[in-house]
Structure formats: structure tokens, C-alpha cells
Design a binder for this molecule. Structure first.
Ligand code: COA
Length: 252
């Protein structure tokens, strides 16, 4: 079974993360598949809206930590997503249940409508992992949540629930787990029924307030690449895979 399932039906391109045994952690291959699906949705005149989801009990556990330990040379694999999602002219709806960690949380900042189940557990654990926050989150989250709340979420990197995500404006609505996907699909269908050119223009105008976002995504990605090789990050990744607490006491 493919790690990312893509289906276009009734003018909605549905992208489903499908790596349940690893909590939908994203591998290089999965980033490519999602990037390709987004690019195809953008190019297909039949597609009017995109829906991204995982399983009801797990949206996405972020970048595969094994890949972080042995990153492929060149661009970060997440670049496939960085280069497609923020610039998509068509609206994107996300349905989030269970963990939404790392890029599983930062990608939500680039979606247009986000629905979460009460079991959603979001987290930006970049600093605790010895890297830095990515995907424009250091620019977008303070704007959304205010500086102190963004600093709390991005520096401490602790998990938070659907209520807090709603309070800071990262999600639109909390929807019972059993209704989550249907609810998100209905929202995508409503978007897909709108006049498409008007919708694209409105989205472009809404997004045009974020000057410097592309440069920030690049700067963060450059720093993430540098940090991946750091002893701090190696300790954090190895500790996760060895199922133990990391020890940063020897670092200055
Ligand atoms: N990369 C690689 N493997 C991952 C992973 C990731 N990001 N997230 C989870 N997994 C794997 C676990 O290692 C475990 O594998 P195993 O069964 O071979 O031991 C499996 O997925 C299940 O994960 P587990 O931790 O047992 O599930 P959980 O329900 O207790 O916790 C999470 C779920 C998502 C909260 C937890 O797995 C987690 O914190 N993952 C890391 C998230 C992260 O830091 N991502 C990087 C962000 S930049």
C-alpha cells in the first residue's frame, strides 16, 4: 500500500498520509509524493480544493527521525512541501486527529481551513530536538498567536491540545473524531463550489500580507540543515530512537 494515497473526486484532491505503523512520520519518498500531488492538484483544472488528512488517531508525527539522522545530500526533503504548499492558489483544508508534530503542525500554518478532533495533540518540538523551527513558523506563529505564546510553543516545544490550537487560531473548529473527515470534506466541497477565479484571487490577497515568508522558509531550512549535523541534534535523535530521554548537560 502506498505511503501517501491521492484521489480526485468531485473536484477535491484528497491527500491521505498512510504510514500508520510509524505514526505517519514523513520520509523523503512521502515528501515527494505529497509535493507531486499538490503540484498535480494545482495544474488540474478539475480540482478546486485540496483536502489533507491522516488517520483519525494520527495526523502526522513530523519528519522521519531516522532520515534526520542520515539526511540525504542537497535540499531538505521537506523542500518538496515548502515549494508547493505555501504558493498553492487553490484552497487547502486539513483534518487533524491525534499527533500533529513538527512539520505535521507547521504545515497547518499554510492551510486555509483546519479542523481538529478533540484528540489532536500538536507540538513544535524543534528546539528540544536540537534544530530550529521550520516552514515559516518563526514568522507565521507569532503573527497568529502573539509573540509570547509563539515563543512558549516554539521554544519549549511542549505538546498542546485542540483547545489551545483553537484559542491561538491555528484551527478553525473542533469536531468530534467520528465526524472529522466528513466535516473537512464538506468544507472542501463548499470551497470547490465557489467561483474558482474569485476564490483564487481572494486567497492570493489574503496571503499577500506575509512579505518575506519565502526568504524565512529558506533561512530556517538552511539552519535546520546545519543543525542536523550538530552533536545536540544527534543526541536528541538517537535518544528518540533508543526510547530514552536526551541528555544535553555536556553541551555549552
Ligand atoms: N520518525 C521516525 N519514527 C517515528 C516518528 C518519527 N518522527 N514518530 C513515531 N515514530 C515511530 C516510533 O519510533 C515507533 O516505532 P516502533 O514501533 O518501531 O518503535 C512508532 O512510530 C510508534 O511511535 P510511538 O512513539 O510508540 O507512538 P506514540 O503514540 O506513543 O507517540 C508520537 C506518538 C507522535 C507522539 C511520538 O511517536 C513522537 O513524539 N514522535 C516523534 C515526533 C517528532 O519529534 N518528530 C519530528 C519533528 S521535527
Amino acid at each position: 500500500m502506498s505511503l501517501v494515497l491521492v484521489e480526485t473526486k468531485e473536484r477535491i484532491a484528497r491527500i491521505e498520509l498512510n504510514r500508520a505503523d510509524k505514526k505517519n512520520a514523513l520520509t523523503v519518498e512521502m515528501y515527494r509524493m505529497i509535493g507531486d500531488a499538490l503540484a498535480a492538484a494545482e495544474a488540474d483544472p478539475q480540482v478546486r480544493a485540496v483536502l489533507i488528512h491522516g488517520r483519525p488517531d494520527c495526523f502526522c508525527a513530523g519528519n522521519d527521525i531516522g532520515d534526520f539522522l542520515n539526511p540525504p545530500p542537497g535540499k531538505t526533503p521537506a523542500s518538496w512541501l515548502f515549494e508547493t504548499l505555501p504558493g498553492l492558489s487553490k484552497p487547502v483544508v486539513a483534518a487533524v486527529g491525534g499527533p500533529a508534530v513538527g512539520i505535521g503542525a507547521t504545515m497547518l500554518l499554510h492551510c486555509d481551513l483546519v479542523y481538529a478532533a478533540p484528540n489532536a495533540r500538536l507540538q513544535f518540538p524543534f528546539v528540544p530536538l536540537g534544530i530550529v523551527p521550520e516552514f515559516g513558523s518563526t514568522l507565521l506563529l507569532p503573527r497568529l498567536a502573539g509573540y509570547q505564546r509563539a515563543a512558549e510553543l516554539l521554544l519549549l516545544g511542549r505538546p498542546f491540545g485542540a483547545d489551545k490550537a483553537l484559542e491561538i487560531g491555528l484551527v478553525n473548529e473542533i469536531v468530534p473524531e467520528e465526524r472529522l473527515l466528513a466535516h473537512a470534506r464538506e468544507a472542501a466541497a463548499q470551497l470547490a463550489a465557489l467561483p474558482p477565479a474569485s476564490l483564487r484571487l481572494a486567497k492570493r490577497l489574503l496571503k499577500s500580507g506575509y512579505a518575506g515568508l519565502g526568504e524565512r522558509i529558506e533561512e530556517e531550512a538552511r539552519l535546520v540543515r546545519e543543525r542536523l549535523a550538530s552533536p545536540e541534534a544527534k543526541e536528541a535523535f538517537t535518544a528518540f530512537l533508543e526510547k530514552r530521554k536526551p541528555d544535553f548537560s555536556k553541551f555549552s
